[in-house]
Design a protein. Sequence first.
Length: 264
Amino acid sequence: MSRLLIQLGFFLLQNPFLHNFFSGRIYQGELKSFCTPGLNCYSCPAAAFSCPIGAAQMFFSGARHTMSLYVAGFLLSVGVIFGKFICGFVCPFGLLQDLLYRIKTPKIITRLRFLKYVKYAVLAIFVVMLPMFFTNLPWFCAYICPSGTIFAAVPLLGANDFLRDQIGGQFILKAIIAAGVLILSVFILRIFCRVLCPLGAIYGLFNRIAVLRMRCDKKKCTGCKRCNKACHVKIEPAANSPECFRCGNCVKACEEGALSCSRE
């Protein structure tokens, strides 16, 4: 429960303008010059900050100016310090998936073997290559991002008649992707994070070297493997896999207190 409360707290910190959901307006103040560490759409009416993936696409599409070093430095700094701890505790779309997974249904606990690599292709193609070589368009935001669809497009369409009149194939495609992610999230833990999220792909690269990472006290570990059984993404908890988003299930399962997510 403590992690859920932290997630809710970070959601409100990143989305303090909740009243904008009813007015259909987007906050465009000075805070939008800064990125939030999680996947939180710029166009979400309640959002106070920019999305780092959206900002990265701006950079690769040619809007370089001062954003280039800022975005690169921001992602590098967050990755080196926190790794995918951001995914488990800070990301608003991660929170939504966790809430859906709490619905009482049979669960599919799987490693997603080859599918877990799709997010790296999404990062390379939709965040880097397409914006760089084919028009100044944020391709991931425009054609895939379910977070933008759910937290931005849907409330904006609900509050603005003129936007509803412009619904076309692009929105329908994104709506299908978003609906698929929402449904699958009930049965498979963090399906979007594990398969499609380019931000998780970036942070995952830092998991093994991040200051805040999983650590195992070998003196306390009895080799009981309860941590492995508790992991719903089927990874070795102490190995700091790029797939680990620090949910803490393995830490709770360890009766010896050998596991921790800490800086030392």
